[in-house]
Design a protein around this ligand. Structure first.
Ligand code: OAD
Length: 235
């Protein structure tokens, strides 16, 4: 198996990360063992319908996730991606499906969080900008309200909602000559389709311990854990 991905002086590198890149930092993946929370599937607590039906349940879930993510530290995969950005600058694009801040903690400067950010909230009614928020809203804490009277919700892209920054993401995909996906099961769209949105000449790689659902769309799979393979592959 090849371990190093060649990056030529004119290459533009697009990296997409999924839950697998944070697994070795102690943040459980969605579809791995233990993917359920209190017996709920993620879709049952991460959707506008869940928010409309039971805001307390939704905030319990995201408070738990805030608590887990607040303990986590970046691993060598996050570090290697930050280093690659320092090395090749704006020829590098990092898009993550993750809502944790481990890429930023590792030193990445320009991270596109297509599924939102765990440590931000926004109003579910008015157009107030998303704002930093590390609070836990569990009993007996009151659920937060906006000045406008709306409810404050996690700044997360839920099932059925449009991911963020899609125009910018597709523009970057159109000019990428190297595409690397790390630790994503390839079942959630549109991210699972990004590998098809690059030019046909683009070299495409998947890094992770098992084949993703969309494995047939990649030129090459570099099998193994992100924390072990990424620092070697992208050095
Ligand atoms: P999944 O939980 O679906 O998949 C995680 C992937 O990481 C799997 O393919 C694992 O094989 C792989 N993996 C596990 N350990 C790894 C390691 N140490 N190194 C590398 N890979 C490893 O997570 P995502 O594909 O990111 O959306 O899920 C996509 C979206 O579905 C999430 O962003 C979330 C979820 O519902 C929203 O919340 C909107």
């Amino acid at each position: 198996m090849r371990l190093k991905i060649e990056i030529k002086p004119n290459d533009r590198v697009f990296v997409l990360t999924g839950a697998g890149v944070s697994a070795e930092s102690g943040i459980p993946t969605f579809r791995g063992v233990g993917g359920l929370w209190r017996g709920y599937r993620i879709e049952q607590v991460a959707s506008p319908e869940a928010w409309a039906a039971d805001r307390r349940l939704v905030w319990d879930f995201y408070s738990m996730r805030r608590q887990v993510a607040a303990q986590a530290k970046p691993n060598p995969a996050h570090m290697a991606l930050a280093e690659l950005e320092r090395r090749i600058g704006d020829r590098f694009t990092l898009v993550t499906q993750n809502v944790d801040n481990l890429h930023e903690q590792a030193g990445s400067q320009r991270v596109i969080h297509m599924h939102g950010e765990l440590f931000k909230s926004r109003c579910d009614r008015c157009s107030r900008e998303p704002f930093p928020d590390t609070n836990l809203y569990e009993q007996p804490v009151e659920l937060p309200r906006c000045d406008c009277g709306g409810y404050v919700r996690p700044h997360i892209c839920w099932f059925g909602e449009m991911p963020f920054d899609m125009d910018q993401i597709y523009a970057e995909l159109a000019t990428a000559s190297v595409f690397v996906c790390i630790g994503s099961s390839g079942v959630v769209y549109p991210a699972a389709g990004f590998v098809k949105a690059v030019p046909t000449s683009t070299r495409t790689y998947y890094i992770g311990p098992e084949a993703p659902e969309n494995v047939g769309l990649f030129d090459e799979v570099l099998e193994g854990k992100a924390g072990e393979v990424v620092p070697l592959a992208l050095r």
